[in-house]
Design a protein around this ligand. Structure first.
Ligand SMILES: C[S@@+](CC[C@H](N)C(=O)[O-])C[C@H]1O[C@@H](n2cnc3c(N)ncnc32)[C@H](O)[C@@H]1O
Length: 230
């Protein structure tokens, strides 16, 4: 069974041998892959809607994994207990929803738990939330799937409140990543910032901040292009 690049990157960040919960599992591709590949013994596949959970059950049964993957109808982690999951994957949702799910589960504020987060929108809001809530982005990687660019973050709670400047909000750990995927991610983010700045009045604080950020992202994009001989 092969995962697309986005879910494959989520799977890469899961620790070997720990219990996993996939929140918003839909088809349960990720937990099925993790158990079948031997990376995970047991998993929980959770979804808030009965339809997707039925999809998940069907896929789990087709793969003969009913005894290893438990399905749960749950809003976020509401119906999942801390002893059921060490690594928690929340992928394919908007940042606002991911933040709500994390806030509603205080037991995630435990350094032994790993969060693997893959926001579909407004990743900058998620990074800002993580910084001000004591979660460290331990690793972050970008990937390209179906011509779209995604970021996947591996996070853990350490209680330290971090400053989150504009650069970190928009690029996170990808700023120092020299991979073509990270470069592409920053390029795409910068194109969105260029659209956003058109709505700002010249000379305002917002305009000046955005303008400085765009210049910085333009500079690192061109430096990397030169390094790659493009
Ligand atoms: C776009 S799918 C993502 C599926 C898979 N995680 C992936 O990344 O490919 C989003 C899934 O999240 C589920 N979902 C939305 N809100 C949720 C919540 N509050 N708790 C659990 N699942 C939720 C939806 O029902 C849907 O199945």
């Amino acid at each position: 069974m092969k995962l697309d690049e986005r879910l494959a990157l989520c799977a890469e960040f899961v620790r070997e041998g720990v219990s996993v919960a996939d929140i918003g599992t839909d088809h349960a591709y990720l937990p099925v892959y993790l158990v079948k590949s031997g990376k995970t013994e047991n998993a929980v596949a959770a979804d808030v809607r009965p339809g997707p959970l039925e999809n998940a059950k069907g896929n789990i049964v087709r793969n003969g994994l009913e005894s290893r993957i438990k399905t749960v109808l749950s809003d976020g982690l509401e119906r999942i207990s801390p002893d059921e999951a060490d690594d928690i994957v929340i992928a394919g949702m908007g940042s606002e929803l991911i933040i709500r799910i994390i806030e509603a589960a205080p037991w995630l504020r435990d350094s032994g738990k790993h969060l693997i987060l893959q926001p579909m929108t407004r990743a900058e809001e998620l990074r800002e939330f993580l910084c001000r809530s004591g979660f460290e982005i331990v690793r972050e990687k970008a990937c390209i799937s179906c011509k779209k660019t995604y970021s996947v973050m591996l996070c853990a709670f350490d209680g330290r409140i971090r400053e989150c400047d504009d650069r970190y909000m928009y690029a996170g750990e990808l700023y120092n990543d020299k991979s073509p995927e990270a470069k592409r991610y920053i390029y795409v983010v910068n194109e969105k910032l260029k659209k956003k700045i058109r709505g700002c009045e010249i000379g305002t604080e917002d305009f000046n901040r955005l303008s400085a950020l765009i210049d910085e992202f333009d500079r690192i994009s061109s430096e990397q292009s030169e390094r790659n001989g493009e």
